[in-house]
Design a protein around this ligand. Structure first.
Ligand code: SF4
Ligand code: SF4
Length: 74
């Protein structure tokens, strides 16, 4: 089963909680702001992601989701 990790940039308020809790150090905060003026999280090292969903559970704004992907190569 392949998974797709999605960060909704415009929902993110740049709190950094997901960056701090990721056990694989996948996430970082961007250097450019979103339309609300926050520096959103992004996957700096996506190949290291183990899809543990800790970041999804931690995000207070429900900006991160992981979904099963149809594409097995994803
Ligand atoms: S799913 Fe797990 S490994 Fe992947 S970015 Fe989130 S906390 Fe990190
Ligand atoms: S925990 Fe959520 S709101 Fe905070 S930086 Fe991560 S994605 Fe953005």
């Amino acid at each position: 089963m392949a998974y797709e990790h999605c960060i909704e940039t415009e929902r993110c308020k740049g709190c950094g909680l997901c960056v701090a809790v990721c056990p694989k150090n996948v996430l970082e905060l961007a250097t450019e702001v979103n339309t609300k003026g926050y520096f959103p999280a992004f996957r700096a090292r996506p190949d290291d992601c183990i899809y543990c969903a800790i970041c999804c559970n931690m995000c207070p704004d429900v900006a991160i989701t992981i979904a099963a992907s149809e594409d097995e190569s994803a």
